[in-house]
Design a protein around this ligand. Structure first.
Ligand code: NAP
Length: 215
């Protein structure tokens, strides 16, 4: 049985996974890169910002789990581009000609458009569908492998609320954002459905893994 997984979801102490004021020059609004500094410092994350090297400790070990066994990603319109990217017929995402997904990638949007095939194995498919229907579509594209819910927080929250997430890795970053988009709202008692493990990293972040209880 394939699983639905979330990896490297970085949140502030007050539960925000992105800041306020997302824009073309501020993909995460006033949060800037602060939620992802832990990852950029690792061997996994350094290439994302064009660096080489990076740490190979606890943070890297968790970050590397993002890729293995994934056959498709689902992301929200808010991750794919800045507000109103749908008005730009040429917008193909933040990531340039060779996006870092390398699988079919379902973009949930209320304004779908034809699929876009990128370099490196990423094809963006645009879908206006409820979470369960989107997951069925992604499974159909995933070639028997797992589906990753790539964010942002609105989409993560919707998939958690629908009971569709089997494994989730959250990284709590010791900053207080105060405003933005929160993950946990409306998910009261979510912890009852999951086995949870917590690891504190020397970098100062805390890794939490949620694995759905089997009974
Ligand atoms: N902290 C992290 O680890 C992390 C990870 C990933 C992303 N991010 C950040 O999170 C931010 C984006 O998150 P977000 O919460 O603002 O937005 P999001 O979750 O990426 O996308 C939400 C939007 O997707 C569309 N959508 C969602 N569900 C849909 C459905 N069932 N059917 C059709 N359309 C649907 C809607 O857009 P429309 O109505 O406009 O179509 C909705 O407003 C970005 O700043 C990104 O950089 C952070």
């Amino acid at each position: 049985m394939t699983r639905t997984r979330i990896h490297n979801l970085s949140i502030s102490l007050d539960g925000f996974a992105t800041g306020e004021g997302q824009a073309s020059d501020a993909p995460m609004g006033h949060a800037g890169q602060r939620l992802h500094e832990w990852m950029i410092a690792t061997r996994f994350g350094a290439p994302i910002v064009g660096r080489t090297g990076g740490t190979v400790g606890v943070d890297d070990a968790f970050a590397q789990q993002h890729e293995p066994g994934i056959g498709a990603e689902i992301m929200g319109a808010g991750k794919f581009g800045p507000p109103s990217w749908q008005d730009d017929a040429d917008w193909t995402g933040w990531w340039g000609p060779n996006p870092p997904f390398h699988t079919p990638t379902v973009v949930l949007t209320h304004r779908p458009r034809p699929s876009i095939e990128m370099e490196g194995g990423t094809t963006f498919h645009f879908l206006d569908a409820a979470p369960a229907e989107a997951l069925d579509a992604a499974r159909g594209l995933a070639d028997g492998r797992d589906v990753r819910i790539g964010g942002g927080p609105t989409v993560v929250r919707d998939f958690l609320a629908a009971g569709l997430v089997d494994h989730m890795h959250v990284v709590q970053v010791p900053i207080v954002l105060g405003r933005g988009v929160r993950v946990w709202d409306g998910l009261e008692a979510l912890e009852e459905d999951y086995e949870i493990e917590v690891v504190s990293a020397p970098s100062g972040v805390t890794h939490l893994t949620f694995d759905r209880k089997t009974s």
